[in-house]
Ligand binder design. Structure first.
Ligand code: TYD
Ligand code: MG
Length: 459
């Protein structure tokens, strides 16, 4: 490839931003294949650097002199979004919102802008992807917009920076970072150096003007455009919008948050008029659950402070190949293999000759160890073809000797089961001391998986 005038080029992994002096097939950092792209090496003087030396140099301040209004939060009036942000938008923060194209990032942010503008905040929505008319069309579907919302279609960051410095909006949206370019960097928009430089400039703007800036970053599959992971370390908060395109609901998850917990999730449903909040995710996740089918068990996972009931499905059948097929959708594949090995060793089931497909219904991802027990029970139920009685919920972590270990929040989980009309809960014996009795719920304690399996298939 032709070298630039300076003669220096480097290779960047477009997935994680790993830098290398030569091309590589697989990234040593994130293990993705074919993600390296040649780019001119970063400019010597970065325009976005915070150290931009303007006449008025900042001085160190005593911690007691820092006033707290600077960290004041603005509410988005979307409860689920506020929750994930840690209680609203912190002034002057830089927030990255990532997700697959078409998942609803622009829709969510436009709805947020509508609410913020209606509350009298000045909002600037910069789009490098859609025309003013297209944004307006989307806005019409969502609802009335207040006059303090400004739309701006521009991709040159120098111009955007001037506009922001002039307007000093309270909130600014950059949709998307992959379409923006800084003139100082010679590589194409969407390259690692460009998105990093652009984010650097936005970071400087957010901190110096106190504008809260949301950056949209598309999760990319082909590796030719830098993904949002490249920026995670630069911003204050990283949110990912997940969900399957076909499924109606979307989950907003905080991966990093300097101003709040990263355990919280927000659940939304995509409807005709934009995204609608789902305040009761459990009901939502369990809707359409088959009754009396084998291989289906309800588990409870804690998402932040909130318990969410989910249905675990297993399909175990005799394999027709030498090597059994195993898949795990929505949960960790290795964990499933481990649990099946424990089940084989401790309960004597011949699972080595079986294909097994594990699925968390609804396409949600759950990795809390407390769902172990439900996975084990679902596998047994499918293997023996014995349906699990209605009204049973199970949670508990499973160890290598088949023991069931205590989990946190047993009370809250049992409470959620009660609220949704369950009648029995299988839970770790080790939680006996902490779990309080709840009227209308039978607590079935188990200290190992054999005991737990006994509750559902009678030994
Ligand atoms: P969008 O916000 O454009 O996604 P992103 O910015 O993450 O790429 O979402 C686009 C999808 O949402 C598109 O498939 C249409 C759908 N949609 C609705 O179903 N209802 C609506 O009211 C809106 C605005 C979009
Ligand atoms: Mg968009």
């Amino acid at each position: 490839m032709a070298k630039t005038s300076k003669g220096k080029t480097v290779f960047f992994c477009q997935n994680c931003g790993y830098e290398s002096s030569k091309w590589m097939g697989q990234c040593p950092a994130c293990h993705e294949w074919n993600t390296f792209v040649e780019e001119p090496s970063a400019p010597a003087k970065s325009a976005g650097a915070l150290s931009r030396s303007t006449g008025d140099r900042r001085r160190p301040v005593r911690i007691s002199e820092v006033s707290m209004d600077e960290t004041h939060r603005m509410t988005t009036a979307i409860g689920e979004l506020d929750r994930v942000l840690g209680g609203g938008i912190v002034r002057g923060s830089l927030i990255l919102i990532g997700g697959d194209p078409g998942i609803g990032k622009s829709t969510l942010l436009l709805q947020m802008c509508r609410n913020l503008a209606a509350a009298g905040h000045s909002v600037l929505y910069v789009s490098g992807e859609e025309s003013l008319q297209q944004i307006k069309m989307r806005a019409e579907r969502i609802g009335d917009m207040a006059d303090t919302l400004f739309l701006y279609t521009e991709t040159n960051l120098g111009t955007i920076r001037e506009t922001i410095e002039e307007m000093k909006p309270e909130i600014c949206i950059i949709d998307s970072i992959q379409t923006m370019y800084a003139e100082e960097v010679s590589s194409a928009p969407g390259s690692v150096s460009q998105v990093r430089e652009a984010t650097g400039i936005l970071l400087m703007l957010a901190k110096s003007l106190g504008t809260s800036i949301f950056i949209v970053g598309h999760v990319t599959k082909d590796g030719s455009v830098a993904g949002p992971r490249v920026l995670e370390h630069m911003v204050d908060t990283v949110l990912y919008f997940e969900g399957e395109r076909e499924a109606q609901y979307r989950i907003l998850r905080a991966v990093k948050n300097r101003f709040g917990s990263t355990n919280e999730i927000g659940v939304f449903e995509m409807q005709e008029k934009g995204l609608v909040e789902v305040p009761n995710p459990s009901e939502y996740m369990l809707s359409g659950r088959p009754r009396g089918a084998s291989g289906s068990v309800v588990a409870c996972s804690m998402e932040g402070m909130r318990p969410v009931l989910i249905e675990i499905q297993a399909l175990v059948s005799k394999t027709s190949f030498n090597i059994p097929r195993r898949t795990a959708a929505g949960t960790d594949y290795n964990r499933v293999n481990l649990l099946m090995a424990v089940l084989e060793k401790r309960c004597g089931y011949q699972l080595g000759f079986c294909d097994a497909y594990i699925n968390i219904a609804g396409g949600i991802r759950m990795s809390e160890p407390a769902v172990d027990l439900a996975i084990v029970l679902a596998v047994v139920s499918s293997y023996r073809d014995i349906p699990i009685p209605d009204g049973i919920m199970a949670f508990g972590e499973v160890g290598l000797s088949g023991e069931i270990r205590a989990v946190s929040g047993a009370d809250v989980r049992v409470g959620e089961a009660r609220r949704l009309g369950f009648t029995s809960v299988i839970l770790p014996r080790a939680n006996e001391k902490t779990a309080k009795r709840v009227d209308g719920i039978k607590l079935l304690y188990a200290s190992n998986i054999r005991e737990a399996v006994g509750y559902i298939v009678g030994g």
